[in-house]
Design a protein around this ligand. Structure first.
Ligand code: ZN
Length: 444
């Protein structure tokens, strides 16, 4: 029989599929053809393939690419700029420096830096809520990264000219960027407290007309709850519900402060939540009722939030923290076992983005978005339980290869699609311009 031609063959790995049966394949092989997974299974049962590229990945684990469900990429430019403050104080400092620094070229440099960090940590798909410039979409295409992105609606004092989308501009943006394989469109509102009712109505109309998802921040801090209560006499979740903005295509970042009724409503409407524990703790926003949400049946995924409130995009650390904090505060070590947390890092993220049929698990016909993790590392030796290591012991340094849409964007720890040295050089120069606004409270 003539061998089947494929583009890339990965041989000898343990494959954590995250499929419905949560199958783990030992001594596995995975074949990629074009942008999709053509075959996977035990290597002994592999058909005869000829591959343009073959990678020996024994001693390694192939997982679905990790899915980061909340972030503001170009905030890499402001990493460590505004520590030790609450959300409201932090926003004030960040909005001030953004007014000086944000421009099409700086956003691209910041986004490139974020994508490098994410690719290095095995993240293959992430959302970005930031200034909308065509250049950042161009950067995504160049980097070969997968993103969920779209116009952001917000009215922030001093930013009206640049940040606020109107209906017409949003339509134009969505039409211009349709049919990009790596860009999955959505519509976003910064939050209930930085928008008004007509703006939220516009957002709902756009989501409905284009059949796309909706992303916003909600119920993040007590300050936000007070502000929204003063404005509407309701909670942020109630306002969104009134506007018809809860549902299976809605993804809410944070959801730290929820009532029992709101948790039940999120479950009932199929609304997803992006849990961002580092940011919530760093800004003292509070600790989310993650266990209550998962028990109620809410689809919860994980997000790093922006690197100005984290301060990195280490997705393994984020997941580990999600599990540990809940075990600590509930006093129940049985909550959030590692397989459940790894689902939050992969399949739940895909579902939150409405991309369950395309990414999140390794299955024939799905897009080839995957991470290859070196389990011969000292910190992963020995191994009794793969999920345990993926949640509690792995770090970005263990990720050897990252593939997105069938393309190796990192091979042997070298990011192939972005010039890392150039990007770091550019970002340092941008930081020199931000530095005069930095008020460091620590003694040097
Ligand atoms: Zn955010």
């Amino acid at each position: 029989m003539t061998p089947i031609e494929v583009d890339c063959l990965l041989l000898g790995a343990t494959i954590v599929t995250m499929d419905a049966g949560r199958r783990i394949i030992e001594n596995g092989a995975l074949a990629v053809r074009g942008e999709t997974i053509h075959w996977l299974g035990p290597q002994a049962e592999m058909p005869d393939f000829t591959a343009k590229k073959t990678l020996n990945v024994s001693d390694m684990v192939i997982t679905p690419g990790l899915v980061n469900t909340h972030g503001h990429w170009a905030m890499t430019l402001f990493r460590g700029f505004a520590d030790d403050d609450n959300l409201e104080g932090w926003l004030e400092k960040i909005w001030k420096v953004e007014a000086e620094i944000v421009a099409p070229d700086t956003v691209i440099a910041g986004a490139d830096l974020a994508m490098i960090e994410m690719i290095r940590s095995g993240t293959t798909c992430a959302t970005d809520m930031y200034w909308q410039f065509d250049g950042s979409v161009e950067a995504v295409v160049q980097a070969g990264f997968r993103t969920v992105n779209g116009p952001v609606f917000a009215a922030i004092p001093g930013f009206e000219d640049r940040r606020q989308f109107n209906l017409e501009e949003a339509h134009d943006y969505l039409r211009r960027h349709a049919n990009q394989p790596l860009l999955h469109l959505c519509v976003q509102a910064h939050s209930v407290y930085t928008t008004d009712r007509p703006m939220l109505e516009d957002v709902r109309r756009i989501a409905h007309d284009f059949g796309i998802g909706f992303i916003t921040h909600a119920a993040e801090s007590k300050g936000e709850l007070a502000q929204v209560s003063a404005q509407y006499g309701k909670s942020p979740i109630e306002v969104l519900d009134d506007c018809g903005l809860l549902g299976p295509k809605t993804l809410l970042a944070h959801c730290v402060h929820l009532t029992d009724a709101e948790i039940a409503r999120l479950a009932e409407t199929g609304t997803s939540v992006s849990h961002c524990p580092t940011s919530n703790m760093k800004l003292s926003s509070g600790i989310s009722r993650l266990v209550d949400m998962t028990r109620a049946g809410v689809n919860v995924a994980i997000g790093t939030d922006g690197p100005a409130s984290n301060n990195d995009l280490n997705f393994f650390h984020e997941a580990q923290l999600a599990a540990l904090v809940q075990k600590g505060v509930t006093g129940d070590p049985f909550v959030l076992p590692a397989p459940e947390v790894f689902a939050m890092m992969t399949v739940n993220g895909a579902r939150a983005f409405g991309l369950s049929d395309k990414i999140g698990s390794l299955e024939v016909g799905k897009l080839a978005d995957l991470a290859v993790i070196d389990f011969s590392s000292a910190n992963l030796t020995p191994c009794y339980d793969i999920y345990s290591h993926l949640v509690y012991a792995a770090s970005p340094a263990d990720v050897r290869h990252t593939m997105i849409h069938g393309r190796l964007v990192m091979e042997d720890r070298e990011v192939r699609t972005i010039d890392e040295e150039r990007v770091k050089h550019d970002v340092r120069k941008i930081a020199d311009r931000a530095r005069p606004l930095f008020t460091c409270r620590h003694a040097h």
